[in-house]
Each structure stands twice: as structure tokens, then as C-alpha cells.
Design a protein around this ligand. Sequence first.
Ligand SMILES: [Zn+2]
Length: 503
Amino acid sequence: MDASIPVARAVAIAGDRVAGGVGTHETALATPDRVDLGGRCVLPGLNDAHVHFPSWALAQREVRLEDTASLDETLQRVASAVGSVEPGHWLRGRGWRSGDWSPAVEPTRQALDAVTGDTPTALTARDYHSLWLNSAALARADGNLQVEGGVVELDDRGEPTGVLREESAWHFRDLYLLGTDDEFVDAMRAGLRIAASRGVTAVHDKDGWLGAPRFWQRIAEEGGLSLRVWQSLPHDFVGWLEEIGLRSGLGDDRLRIGYLKAFMDGTLGSETARMLDGSGVEITSREHLVEIIRAGARAGWPVAVHAIGDLANREALDAFEETRDAWAPLGLRPRIEHAQLLAEEDIPRFGELGVTASVQFSHAPSDRDIADRNWAGMTDRAYAYRSLLDSGAVVANGSDAPIEELDPLAGIRAGVLRTLDEREAWHPEQSVTVEEALEATILAPAWLSRDERTRGKLIPGYLADLVVLDRDPLAIHPEELPEVEVVATMVGGRWTHNPPPWD
Ligand SMILES: [Zn+2]
């Protein structure tokens, strides 16, 4: 992955670092351990530039509703889980998306009550921006559901339907639904093993609001932090960070607190993305984002802002442009998360301003049906990864797990093939090459976390974070990408998944 030595025949590792690469006509230096790859391929370790790791880890233990095709099927799956809930505990689930259901219908608490009875039940929508509750769950809030920036769906009689959106959903979650620290840490230990099995050596976590720093810290203290973490914090803390003089980057080479997170709007699936046609939900105004970015710069923090709709993205870009004098001279690396729908004229602004497009290649094929419906006539500028790259933008790839699976190879496939199933590629003109997908998954995230001189390449002095694949993804036909498998993973010179020998 280095322009001057893109490929080497062998790599020497000493301690936690790469000691050297070896060309085609030499042999590796003698070392105590020598691993014959047997024709396999080694790449720098894979990153996930956008993951809600604690939430994803816990979600592995919840009722999963991602592939349900109707309300009935969803309810059946919930019904089959009710029996396993201990008395007094919540039934938690996630992954529903009413836009995927046929016949088309919106969820209601009455439908959920019929299968859950008195067991308080909370089902998070696939995009995280809606929450579907039964009556027992709603009763916990005693009618206090409406908060600023939130939506409480009401029925004909003015009663809550059981669906909360945006801030109302998040407020309810924060008050009633969070797991305990022990639940999170335990789930994360298992999650780290899954991540290692998928070649992941670093993540940019987004669950700072949830307490992720203290979960990671506990795991690190046990010696179990088997990947590198670049952690977000909610932007609301910026004043406090400035006051005590805590700058971005505090931590060590495994765990660092890195950037502030803000939200401009909602999502495609919840129909809350903020659009140039005037629809959608505004979570942060342009003016407020300007203040957040300036405050972040004063305190020494880059800002990552979630923006899905074309107006949300425009206003985020406007805010970064207006504040460029504050953040650019400090070398801060701002980013827009998702950048899903962009006005044609806004695409070049990412590269011009130096704002990274932190996207999720997997979203394009998995959102295609809903985008064709909700964004009809606009999808030629949705998930426009090719256009972003051509315009000179830095593009980083993540999964947004638990919305998609934490699986960088799946993301790379989605970026290149633009399809997940037997269907034709969706907007194939926006496909990226395998090489670009690897750069977005390896180099760009390392750059965002200021690691471009320590990670992302296998050259002398860099950290020995690597993944062994069963074949070279650059040497095969793209159609064969789904067959590429992770064989083993190494972080800092130590195997974190499947040490050799492999035969
Ligand atoms: Zn996210």
C-alpha cells in the first residue's frame, strides 16, 4: 500500500513494528519465527471508520429483524423471543425497517402488545433513528415522550402509536434502555474476537455518548484490547474539554480520544434526512454547527458530523467552509459521516475544503430499494463514491455497525460491485476499484486518526498491523471478491486471530 514499494515478497517484523520489506530477488532476513504464507496475501490491517462498537457487540445478543419482509414476520420473530426474557427485564431487538415490509404498513404498539403482553419491549429501527415500543415500555415514560428535535408518532385519536423518532427515540433509550457496564464489556470481549476474525485492526468508534471510553479502558486494563480505537465524544462536552485543556489524541497507541460527533439530520429510512426540498428533520442548524466547529478548534478537536440529506450535507460543508480559518491551520481533520445524498455542485467541495467523506460502501446496495422509492429521481447523486473520489475527496469506509455488519471485506465488495445479491449493480457508474476500496478501508482511516506515519502501510518503522487473506484481492476478477477470506490477523506484531500454521 505504499506507492514506492506497493508489493513485497516478504515482510520482516521485530517487536510491534515492521522491520523491513523484501523484494522479489531476495529472501527474508533470518528470524526466530518464519511464516510461509503458502501463496496467501498480506495487507495492512483493515479499519472500520464508523462503528458503534459497544452497541454492535450488544446487538449480537438481541432479536435481529434486519431481513424481515413483513410486519407479520417481524412479530413472529419477536414472539419467539418473549419466552427467553427474564421477568423484569427488557426484550430488546433491532434492525426493522418498515419500508422493507410488504404489505406496506407502519408499526404500532398494539401490534407489538399482541405478541409481547406485559414484557416491556423496545425495537430499534435499522437506522437507529426510530424506536418501536409496546405499551408496557411506553408506560415507563409516563407520557413524557416529546423532546426538542424529536418526533412522537400519533394515531387518529392523538395517542402515541409506539414509534418515536430522532431525539425522542434517543432520549427514551438513554433513560430506560441502556445496558449495564458489565453487559457491554462482556459483549465487547466477544465482539473483539469477531472483529479480529474479519481482519479488523482498528476502528473509529462512535459510541462515546454511551460510555465507550470506560468500556475500552476496562478491556485494555485486562490486556484484552486487541485492536486500535479512535474514539468520538459528543460535541456537547467541548466547553468542558477546553476548560480542562484536554486535546484530541490523548491516549496511547491502542486507545485514543479523537474527535467530536454532531448530527445535522435524521436518515433515509426514517424519512428524516434533511432535504433541499424542505423535508426532513433539523437536528443541528448550520449556525450551530459553525459554533461547534469553532469551539472544537479552540479546544483542539476535529468534528465529525452526521449528514444524510442533500441540504444537511450542504449546510455542513457551508459550516466547515465558514470556519476554515479556525480548523485548517491547526491541521484538524474534519469529516462528514455518511454524505449519502449530495447536490451535484457540492461534490467537489469535500476535496476543495479538505473535509473527508466518511462513507459506508455497504449502504449503497443495502439501501437501494428504499433510496429508489424515497429519493426517486435523485439516486444518481446518492452514495456517489466514484464522483467523490474523482473530485479529489478523501473517502474513508466504515460499516456503521450494527446498521451493517462489522465486516470490511463486505464493505469492499459493496463498493466495487454495488450489489449484494443476484441483481445487477445499482448505479454501477459510482463503483470504486478494488484498490480505491482498500485505500478507503486502510489508508484514509489511518490518516483521519493522524496515524499516516505509523499505520496503513507495511514499511519499516510502521506498526505491524496486518491481515492475511487467502488470495490477493487485487489479482482476481472483481466477481471473485465474495470468495476472499480472512485467514489470520495481527496487531502490533501479535496474532489476534488464527495464528499459523494454517494447513
Ligand atoms: Zn453511525
